[in-house]
Write a protein that binds this ligand. Structure first.
Ligand code: MN
Ligand code: MN
Length: 338
């Protein structure tokens, strides 16, 4: 039975029945007692609040896309992902966990971004993330483009020190300067993070890398900086279990941050992104890869580069919402001691 039915089966409006149904919905306290198309969209229908007392996980939006190298639109990502998250019914069958029940999760809303000022926006992201982490909550951030990972890594590293990083992407994002003289863009965050000592480069994986580059130097630079690169070909030829076993063996109990650029997934499954590359992961492979991180010491997550203007049937935002749900599920398993 669907849990939200009001039972209004006919036009003979039964006020008594209606009142009882509303009272039942209020008394169960479940946000799933309303149909998914009703109300204001928060992630997973979690309460929108900035009160962090007792909160296990905060979902944070960063509607920022000012540094992209090609087509823009990821400023609309958090809103689209929230909307598509309304249909997450709440139980993760693959992992056997109900994260919205297991955890106290909130939708913190969005960072106050300043589209014309990258460094001011990065400062706002770092401060907002710090506020959440200092309150003892975990953070799942929805972008926005990939430059936002740098301030997020800064905030998490301030708590955990240099972290292992699992970075899903079609691109290494380790350029030095995308535009001469400009160090901060969505093509540079992981070089900056390594320079700043935020990443434990003995445990930094890039997974899903592919596509044409200007030359072999892009990949060589990333590897020289310390990235262990598992290109999309590796995932396809070796299979997900082999990739996971290599990654898990290296990560062990290290604090691990997960950053997921949706363009790691093939544009057949995730067309709504700014710099798509063919030959990527399937939506099933990315689900398996995320679920395969269960039990690790996961300290933070971001999901970036969903660009709704290129997502006419919302499949990219649907995938984004489900991947964020998988992140939440991993945290719920962890809180249960698995
Ligand atoms: Mn990318
Ligand atoms: Mn990226």
């Amino acid at each position: 039975m669907i849990p939200w039915t009001l039972g209004l089966g006919s036009w003979d409006f039964d006020l008594d029945h209606f009142t009882k149904a509303l009272t039942h919905m209020a008394s169960t306290g479940s946000s799933f007692s309303a149909p998914p198309f009703q109300g204001i969209a928060t992630f997973g229908r979690c309460p929108h609040t900035r009160v962090l007392k007792g909160v296990d996980v905060a979902i944070l939006g960063v509607p920022f896309d000012s540094t992209v190298s090609y087509r823009s639109g990821t400023r609309f990502g958090p809103r689209a992902i929230r909307e598509q998250s309304l249909l997450l019914w709440g139980y993760n069958n693959a992992l056997g966990v109900a994260p919205f029940e297991q955890l106290s999760a909130i939708d913190f809303g969005d960072v106050d971004v300043i589209p014309v000022d990258v460094s001011a926006t990065h400062r706002a992201i770092e401060l907002t993330a710090k506020t959440i982490l200092d309150a003892g909550s975990r953070l799942i951030t929805l972008g926005g483009e990939h430059s936002i990972s740098l301030p997020l890594l800064r905030a998490h590293a301030a708590v955990h020190g240099p972290m292992a990083v699992v970075h899903f992407d079609a691109h290494p994002d380790t350029w030095d300067e995308e535009y001469p003289g400009y160090k901060f863009s969505h093509g540079t965050p992981f070089r900056r993070a390594i320079e700043e000592g935020l990443i434990d480069t003995s445990a930094y994986f890039q997974i899903g890398i592919r596509g044409p580059t200007a030359g072999p130097q892009d990949y060589e630079d990333a590897k020289q900086l310390g990235a262990q690169m598992l290109v999309a070909d590796d995932v396809h030829s070796r299979g997900v279990p082999s990739i996971l076993s290599e990654v898990r063996q290296c990560l062990g109990s290290r604090p691990t941050y997960v950053t997921l650029d949706i363009d790691a997934v093939d544009p057949a499954y995730a067309p709504g992104t700014g710099t798509p590359e063919v030959g990527g992961l399937t939506s099933y492979q990315i689900l398996q890869l995320i679920r395969g991180l269960r039990g690790l010491n996961l300290v933070g997550f971001d999901l970036v580069e969903v660009s709704p203007p290129y997502d006419p049937s919302q499949i990219t935002a649907i995938l984004g919402a489900n991947l964020a749900f998988e992140f939440l599920s991993l945290l719920a398993l962890k809180s249960r001691g698995h």
